[in-house]
Design a protein around this ligand. Sequence first.
Ligand code: NAP
Length: 284
Amino acid sequence: MTEINVEASIVPAQLPNLHVAVLGAGKMGGILLQAFLKQNLFGADQIHATVAHTERAIALSTQWGVDVSTDNLEAARQSDLILLGVKPFQVPDLVAEIKPGLSPSKTIVSFAASVKTRAIEDAAGMEIAVIRAMPNTPSALGAGAAGLCRGRFVSPAQMELAQRIFETVGRTVIVDEKHMDAVTGLSASGPAYIYIIIEALAEAGVKVGLPRDTATQLAAQTVFGAGKMVLETGYHPALLKDAVTTPAGCTVDGILELEEGGLRVTLIKAVMRATERARALAAG
Ligand SMILES: NC(=O)c1ccc[n+]([C@@H]2O[C@H](COP(=O)([O-])OP(=O)(O)OC[C@H]3O[C@@H](n4cnc5c(N)ncnc54)[C@H](OP(=O)(O)O)[C@@H]3O)[C@@H](O)[C@H]2O)c1
């Protein structure tokens, strides 16, 4: 027997007339699905998820209180909005499998890395809306950043719907598809760069005498606070930096070391290299 999601059944869903399929409800698909339930974007009875293994489908169905199966075609048939969350190499076969359940009025949203909207449109063999998204791991805490781009047959309303989907787990930006590799190199890979920066700042704190956990907390909260300042004030980062940097003060000495060490150029090169790699993977 499945658990009933009591909260979702009391408060009306924000998108009451839509059914959504999450085909491949793994790490990222599961994060999205749970965010839909938590924020009541869709009611539990509007969600149809699939995974590869039957035992996992049964366990997840009990855990989430939604329909989880291994039947992609049936889930696609029942849904207006179809999210593709399998591994990139599995996408063409999955689209071919659900093709009888597709129609031009439905919307496909793929978050498989490097799979182009054109490839999905071709596999579907019809003029269907395909939106591609590139989310990142902080989505798990609702602090994600996702780049979204549209295929050839997407209406403004469908794009808005895709944004609402990814806004349940963070912030979204819309870009041209040619920029999706750059989104991968910047915000999808970006958390790894920032973890290294936090680790290094914490190590520095230890070097100047702070206990390690204190140093790690200060470093992480500083990164969080600086990001929040940029997002919420709308000021250029250089202006915010200048506001911290008093004449002949401490910060300017620190900045001098950063510039000498080439942090700025190193970060630019890191994003460039990751973008090139994403482009190469997308080209096959
Ligand atoms: N994780 C991230 O941070 C992240 C970020 C951006 C983009 N992405 C993209 O998201 C996609 C999934 O990544 P992930 O990390 O979430 O991987 P994952 O945890 O391995 O999830 C993949 C899911 O697909 C299911 N699956 C496999 N074959 C299937 C089939 N034929 N029909 C239905 N379901 C099937 C698996 O089922 P079982 O559980 O039964 O094996 C699993 O639940 C990838 O394309 C990746 O590029 C992920």
